[in-house]
Write a protein that binds this ligand. Structure first.
Ligand SMILES: [Zn+2]
Length: 375
């Protein structure tokens, strides 16, 4: 990594670094896939593709077909791009799918969704205890994963407390970290576990303490950039609403501290999760926002803001792929200090209507200025 600084004021003006990997990306399908894939492929050497599409990716066969769809969705002139597939962990997923079929192909792991707690999680595991209870299918899937040295990707949230009462959304991750994750780790000591889009100080503390070759986490740019004050300033901002929820300031600070420490088990996972405007500005605003339009630039901005620009390459381009057993990219990207404005929404064809009908997709930070620009 090379940072070139202005001789007069010492300010960084140009960065050359290895092309990053996005370890958590919702490419979606159809029109949205065609919109998003080129944004991602331009910025990232590869991405871990989330399986909560409609329908969800629940078999190896579906994952390979989805991978082909993705390959067709970006312009090869942009450069090579490696879609790293995941399977959706359901109560029905056959351990054989993992044991027999993962070894040969590019699938990197299985994604756990707590049922009903996030977008597209209806097929998720009903009872988290099945992850550590012998004889259940999820338990056997995790054993097969460990044998293949693949990764369990966790949406770390519980819906119910230990008495069976519904948890407050701001408590879901904390509860999972303290009450569910230790059981999974105990039951599968050789399994590689990635806590996805870590969002709380309790999570940062746990991963900071126990992280290593078997446990790590991804951080999103938005959880590092904004906190609950931003989401509710002057009213509720639907285009700042994600699962896991944007926590109060102290949690953002804890995530920033974890990034500052720069351990090898903390990496980039953007959780760019686009929705058409009709799903956001409506009776019940769905979680997830597009960030792929500035997928590496947002991180560069916030890493500079918190004084750790020198750690950007390790975090973005090395730590994630290394944990997942993938060679970091040999390609380079260049970022320059040049302000640009996110001026317009994007458009996708509106599903179920004539092709001429389109719908807006509001990108994160629409109307605002980004300090770093990808060349
Ligand atoms: Zn996600």
């Amino acid at each position: 990594m090379k940072i070139i600084r202005d001789e007069a004021n010492g300010e960084a003006v140009r960065i050359n670094m290895r092309k990053p990997y996005d370890m958590h990306q919702h490419l979606r399908r159809d029109a949205m896939l065609k919109l998003v894939a080129p944004m991602v492929a331009r910025r990232f050497a590869g991405a871990v593709i989330m399986p909560n599409t409609v329908p969800p990716i629940t078999t190896a066969e579906m994952a390979w077909r989805y991978q082909e769809e993705i390959a067709e969705a970006w312009d090869l002139n942009i450069g090579s791009f490696e879609p790293l597939m995941t399977l959706y962990l359901t109560d029905m997923l056959e351990p054989r799918e993992v044991a027999l079929r993962f070894a040969k192909r590019t699938a990197v792991g299985v994604k756990y969704y707590p049922r009903g707690l996030t977008t597209g999680s209806d097929s998720g595991v009903k009872d988290p205890a099945s992850l550590w209870t012998k004889g259940t299918k999820p338990y056997e899937v995790l054993r097969a994963l460990a044998e293949q040295n693949k990764v369990l990707l966790l949406h770390a949230a519980d819906g119910l407390d230990t008495y069976g009462d519904e948890l407050d959304p701001y408590e879901q991750e904390k509860h999972f970290i303290e009450n569910t994750l230790p059981y999974i780790i105990d039951a599968h000591p050789t399994l590689k576990i990635s806590v996805e889009h870590l969002s709380t100080k309790e999570g940062a503390e746990f991963v900071g303490k126990y992280g290593g070759k078997r446990l790590g986490c991804s951080l999103t740019a938005h959880h590092l950039m904004i906190d609950r004050r931003d989401v509710f300033r002057g009213g509720f901002h639907p285009h700042m609403h994600w699962w896991p929820i944007i926590q109060p300031q102290e949690h953002k600070e804890a995530l920033r501290d974890l990034a500052r420490e720069g351990p090898p088990f903390v990496w980039l996972g953007s959780d760019s999760a686009p929705h058409p405007i009709g799903k956001k500005e409506t009776r019940c605003c769905i979680g997830g926002v597009l960030t792929a339009h500035a997928g590496i630039e947002f991180y560069t901005d916030v890493f500079e803001e918190i004084g750790i620009l020198d750690k950007l390459e390790q975090f973005s381009s090395v730590n994630g792929p290394s944990f997942f057993g993938i060679e970091p990219s040999k390609e380079q990207i260049t970022l320059v200090r040049e302000e640009w404005k996110i001026e317009k929404p994007f458009f996708v064809a509106k599903l179920g209507t004539p092709l001429s009908k389109t719908e807006e997709v509001i990108p994160f930070r629409l109307g605002e200025t980004v300090r770093w620009k990808l060349l």
